[in-house]
Structure formats: structure tokens, C-alpha cells
Design a protein around this ligand. Structure first.
Ligand SMILES: *[C@@H]1O[C@H](CO)[C@@H](O)[C@H](O)[C@H]1NC(C)=O
Ligand SMILES: *[C@@H]1O[C@H](CO)[C@@H](O)[C@H](O)[C@H]1NC(C)=O
Ligand SMILES: *[C@@H]1O[C@H](CO)[C@@H](O)[C@H](O)[C@H]1NC(C)=O
Ligand SMILES: *[C@@H]1O[C@H](CO)[C@@H](O)[C@H](O)[C@H]1NC(C)=O
Ligand SMILES: *[C@@H]1O[C@H](CO)[C@@H](O)[C@H](O)[C@H]1NC(C)=O
Length: 448
């Protein structure tokens, strides 16, 4: 830590560089960041005014003086103990690059030191090497460099910002082991960073940095793609409740001898085997795929499934299937399942009504006249339900008679209904009278 810190505050930090050579101060900074321009001055000038100016240093070229208060872009600090006046230029732009002067005011000609500012975009690099690995495995990022930097500090950071790379390094050659990261430097042409226990979150761009004391650091970029361990293929399948669906599962050839299964769970690691030979039946196993048929689908069957061909889940091309089970009410009228439900309800009604009819026949004969009155009212109230047969009921007495004789037919209808109440033509013919019976019986009971 101390060695790294020390290094950051020598001439070149990761952020910027200041080099004084042959009387010229060379300053380097990244666009968007700031640079400090430290200008030393001689003994005896502590109380003199200092300033920074640009270009030819005319009056209009003075950017900031020690007598000014700090500005947004320029600030100045005169350290009289070290006899260094330091100007900070913030929010660097490419246009800030160029020639500056540090000036010390005195009688006669001022004292000047030339400053050369260079800037660079804070991003890297045009050339990006690509590396792939899988979740849970390791990756090895290779970072080549020029042989003259064999002894330099090497480091690796995430992202693509050279300016902050050294400060945010995940590993440096000063302490080459750090958690999942290991750095090995051959000290001649490249260093390698191994990352173990990869997660998908490790994916992204990394910068390999080589620190230089008298120039900006040099970088190369590596893009790491950590693939989810499986899921080379992901499928969506949907089917209605009560239906049946076949899930196709290709598997890697090296798993040929393994038991095949279907596993359910959001995460592959915590999924459970659902292949039971019952509703989840595995079949049609070939050398490269098998299928699982799920019958009598339930809403609870919806979810994520994994085609399993290895209980240890070793690396391989697996398939993830998202199964959605559609509720019955979203089914189309043509759907056979809807017919089954309608048929069932109709059958139930039919049975009930026939039972009521039996009741009516047994106990309501004595109330014959009341029946007649009721029938009148009924016809008015519910003409819709009897339209199909209304001509029969012109005369109430006839109607009652008719209904009674129908009872025998009714019984055979009930029989048919019990056996097969769907698509039965006779049943269709009875349905309207059926409602009449029901209403009538209901009225009798409520009248009592
Ligand atoms: C101006 O900014 C510098 C840092 O750039 C700081 O050290 C100094 O104290 C500031 N001066 C004033 C007067 O605020
Ligand atoms: C880094 O990974 C490479 C290849 O994966 C391996 O050969 C090498 O031994 C690893 N180095 C360390 C230090 O783990
Ligand atoms: C599958 O469904 C999920 C949402 O459940 C969706 O994000 C994904 O894009 C779908 N994939 C395909 C291939 O349709
Ligand atoms: C089994 O697979 C063959 C082709 O591989 C296919 O023609 C057949 O329909 C499949 N049988 C079942 C029950 O899925
Ligand atoms: C996955 O499938 C691809 C293409 O078929 C193949 O190149 C790759 O080696 C497979 N990976 C594994 C781990 O089986």
C-alpha cells in the first residue's frame, strides 16, 4: 500500500504527469479530469505575486494570480515552505493543450518558466482483445507489453478509464495475489491475470496498465465475456391448462451414457428433478436428444425447466425451457376443453332438473289449478327461454299434459346425458323445455 501510494505521488500519477526537463515543465492530463501545474521558484520570492498565463503571456493571457480567489477552472496555491506555486486546471478539454507560463512578479522583467500541457482522451483502446469463459470457471487475461517495461509496475482495472485505472486496480504486480485475482509477470513481454470463480458479473472490459515514471502509463484492453454456465439455448413454450406439451432436450454427446431428466427451478443449481414417469414422461431418447412429455398440464407447471443429462452439471451445452401454462378462460371457443366444461355443467343441470321433475310429478298433481296460473306468469316472465317451444303452450292445460308426457322422453335423455352429454342431437331438442321444468319447479317450492 505504502509503495503504491508513494508511486502515485511521484512525477506521474495515474491521473496526470509532470516532468521538468531542460527548464520546461511538461504536464499531461486526461480530458474531463484535472492537472496540477507545480512551478518552483527561488528563495526570496515567497511574498511575490505568482500567476499562470497562456500563449505569449500578454495581459489578457493571465488565467489566475495568487492575489485572485480561486475560479471554477483555475485555482492556485502558493506553498511558501516548498517554494512551489501550484495551479490546478480543472475539467480539461482538448483545446487546453498548448503552451503556458508560470510567472513570478518582480521589478523589471518577471521570472517565467515554460509549461507544456498535453491532453488525451480518457478512454482506451481501439484494439480490444476478447476472451471467453464460463460461470464458475477461470479466465486468464493476457497483457502484452514492450520489453523495456519489464521492471515496471503492472496492474489491471475494470472499465476503460486510464485516468483512474491505477487507483482502482483490482490487482497490481506489487501484491500479485488478491482474492480471486492472481497476477503473473514474465518480466519480459507480458503479464497474465488469472481470475477464478467467475460469475457473469465479471464480464466486461478490463485495462492492463504499465506504469511509467516519466510518461503517461500505457494500456491495452481485454474484453472478458463470462457466459452463463449453460443456456447456450433458451426456449419458450406455452400450452393451455389440461393440455399436453413435449419438451425437446438436446444434450452434449459426452453425456450420452448419463441418465436424462428434466429439472425445474429458476436457477440450475437449485432445480429439482421432475421426471417421474407419470405426468412427466421421458421418451424417445436418441444419441443427441430426448424429449419429455408433460400431460394434464396444471397452472403450477409453469416455470423454468432445465434439460438435465448430468447430475454433476459439468460444462456442456444445456437447454433452458420456460414453460407457460395458459389459463382456460383465455382459450378460444373452438377449444375442446371448453366444450368438456360446458358439457359437464349442462349435464349436471339436466340431472338436477330431471330430479325436480320427478318431485313435481309426485307431489304437485293436487295443485293442478295453481300450476295453470303459474304457467301463465312463467310465460310472461321468461319467454326467451321457451321461445323454441312456445307454440306448444298456447293452452295451459295442454302444456301441463304435454310436460307430463315428455317426462318419459326426459328420462331417456337423462340416460343419454349420463353416458355422453356432448354432441347429442336429442339433448339439443330438450334443452328449452328443460329450462321450463326448472323454473316451474322452483316456483312451486317458493310458493309454498
Ligand atoms: C484554491 O484551491 C486550492 C486547491 O486547488 C486550495 O489549496 C486553496 O486553498 C484554495 N484557495 C482559496 C483561497 O480558497
Ligand atoms: C493461469 O491460467 C492459466 C490457464 O488457465 C494456467 O496455465 C496458469 O497456471 C494459471 N496461473 C496461475 C498463477 O494460476
Ligand atoms: C422468452 O420469454 C422471456 C420472458 O418470459 C423473454 O424475456 C424472452 O425474450 C423470451 N425468449 C424468446 C426466445 O422468445
Ligand atoms: C420420436 O422421434 C422421431 C424422430 O426423431 C419422431 O418422428 C417421433 O414422432 C418421435 N416420437 C415421439 C413420441 O415424440
Ligand atoms: C457447445 O456447442 C458448440 C456448438 O455446437 C460447440 O462448439 C461447443 O464446444 C459446445 N460446448 C460444450 C461445452 O459442449
Amino acid at each position: 500500500m505504502t509503495s503504491l501510494q508513494k508511486l502515485l505521488y511521484t512525477l506521474c500519477s495515474g491521473l496526470s504527469c509532470v516532468i521538468i526537463a531542460e527548464g520546461v515543465i511538461h504536464v499531461f492530463g486526461y480530458v474531463g479530469k484535472y492537472v496540477k501545474v507545480p512551478c518552483p521558484y527561488g528563495q526570496g520570492y515567497e511574498s511575490h505575486e505568482k500567476y499562470l498565463c497562456k500563449n505569449d503571456c500578454g495581459d489578457a493571457d493571465v488565467l489566475i494570480k495568487t492575489s485572485d480567489s480561486n475560479k471554477t477552472k483555475y485555482s492556485i496555491f502558493d506553498d511558501k515552505e516548498t517554494r512551489t506555486v501550484t495551479t490546478t486546471i480543472s475539467d480539461l478539454r482538448s483545446g487546453d493543450a498548448g503552451k503556458y507560463w508560470c510567472g513570478v512578479t518582480k521589478n523589471g522583467l518577471d521570472i517565467y518558466i515554460e509549461v507544456k500541457l498535453t491532453t488525451e482522451q480518457d478512454s482506451c483502446c481501439d484494439d480490444v482483445k476478447k476472451t471467453q469463459s464460463h460461470e464458475g470457471h477461470a479466465a486468464s487475461l493476457s497483457c502484452p507489453y514492450k520489453s523495456q517495461y519489464g521492471k515496471s509496475l503492472k496492474y489491471l482495472c475494470r472499465g476503460n478509464q486510464p485516468s483512474t485505472c491505477l487507483q482502482q486496480a483490482v490487482i497490481t504486480s506489487y501484491s500479485p495475489q488478491n482474492g480471486r485475482f492472481t497476477l503473473t509477470d514474465d518480466a519480459t513481454s507480458s503479464f497474465t491475470v488469472n481470475i477464478s470463480g467467475l460469475t457473469v458479473g465479471d464480464s466486461g472490459l478490463y485495462l492492463c496498465g504499465v506504469h511509467r515514471d516519466t510518461q503517461p502509463d500505457v494500456f491495452s484492453a481485454v474484453h472478458l465475456e463470462v457466459r452463463e454456465w449453460c443456456c447456450v439455448e433458451s426456449k419458450n413454450v406455452s400450452s393451455p391448462v389440461g393440455g399436453r406439451v413435449t419438451l425437446e432436450c438436446p444434450y452434449p454427446p459426452e453425456h450420452r451414457r448419463n441418465r436424462k431428466f428434466l429439472c425445474k427451478g429458476d436457477q440450475r443449481r437449485v432445480c429439482s428433478d421432475v421426471t417421474d414417469g407419470g405426468r412427466f414422461r421421458l421418451h424417445n431418447e436418441s444419441s443427441s436428444s430426448f424429449s419429455v412429455t408433460v400431460s394434464e398440464l396444471e397452472a403450477a407447471d409453469a416455470g423454468t425447466y432445465w434439460c438435465g443429462s448430468d447430475p454433476g452439471w459439468s460444462l456442456g451445452n444445456y437447454t433452458r425451457i420456460r414453460l407457460s401454462v395458459d389459463e382456460i378462460n383465455s382459450a378460444k371457443p373452438a377449444d375442446t376443453h371448453l366444450f368438456v366444461v360446458i358439457g359437464f355443467v349442462a349435464g349436471l343441470l339436466l340431472t338436477l332438473c330431471v330430479l325436480f321433475t320427478v318431485y313435481k310429478r309426485k307431489c304437485c298433481r293436487v295443485k293442478g289449478t295453481e300450476d295453470g296460473a303459474d304457467m301463465n306468469e312463467l310465460k310472461a316472465v321468461d319467454t326467451r327461454s321457451i321461445t323454441g317451444t312456445e307454440d306448444i303452450y298456447e293452452n295451459n292445460a295442454d302444456a301441463v299434459k304435454r310436460l307430463e308426457t315428455n317426462f318419459s322422453i326426459q328420462q331417456s335423455a337423462r340416460h343419454q346425458a349420463d353416458n355422453d352429454y356432448v354432441d347429442e342431437p336429442d339433448y339439443e331438442n330438450f334443452s328449452n323445455e328443460e329450462e321450463l321444468y326448472c323454473n316451474q319447479s322452483y316456483r312451486h317450492t317458493s310458493m309454498k
